[in-house]
Write a protein that binds this ligand. Sequence first.
Ligand code: CP
Length: 327
Amino acid sequence: MKKFTSVFDVPDINALALKALAYKENPLADKQLGEDKRIGLLFLNPSLRTRLSTQIAARNLGMEAIVFNVDKEGWALEFEEGAIMSGNTVEHVKDAAPVLGHYFDILCIRTFPSLKNREDDYSEMFINQFIKYAGVPVISLESATLHPLQSLTDIVTIKEVLNAKSNGVVQGAKTKPKIVLTWAPHIKPLPQCVANSFAQWINAWGEADFVITHPQDYELDEKFTKGATITHDQDAALLNADFVYVKNWSTYTDYGKVYENDPEWMLTEEKLKATNSAKVMHCLPVRRNVELSDEVLDSTHSLVTQQAGNRVWAAQAVLSEILKAKS
Ligand code: CP
């Protein structure tokens, strides 16, 4: 892999997920692969899991990882081509990115959308400008519209659970698991990244019966969801589900709005009764008793800690593929 910004950078999703699971078994299997290599983790937005799991993954491969909180510690960056920089921005990405490309062998970047201008956000200008000017492989730590490291982790976790079941813990008659992505309430407008990305990866993976459920007017961009069954009836969606992925997102069509906050959309133990004893996923951070009830998060249904733990192995698999392509 030359970069990692979406599922389209991955030639074989299952192979990459299996690699991640192999690293989980043997974290230091490739501890010399990244020797004398340096990775820069640039954050224009906050993070707990992505920041720490990617640092640990890099360390497991023998790399030196340096975190730079650009939003707090760096110069304010300009991304527009041809900008007259007489405002608040101090340094153009055209100048900063090549410098970072000199300092680092791999650059990882987290940016968020503005949620104000859909065209700007969906053009992915921030990460694309880094790719254009850095001259080294770029990994998305979440961009304006996608969160590929999270989605790879989600598939790794689903495969891990399915493997455990097929090894004799539980046997199901179905050939494909039913995976439901359900919208959940939240107090403020959130990006569509995790939902877009999850839909993109599950559709590309093709090994699930995939259903998306959300209130009216919360349709996601069809380029990510095409292939899934989409319904506004959450109860119908949950019927016989094996995995339920819970996530809030703001509106896509009338961009970045909160139209709906009905607590009825929160996933509860009662709602899970209609499922096939489903496992519940969420990327975290989660607003307890708003998006997901305590009873679900604290129950054996919840995969959220396992899922967040798997962020290390997914990141390690991606880093190792990029290091191999570079050598
Ligand atoms: N899920 C996720 O990306 O978490 P962080 O925002 O804490 O990195």
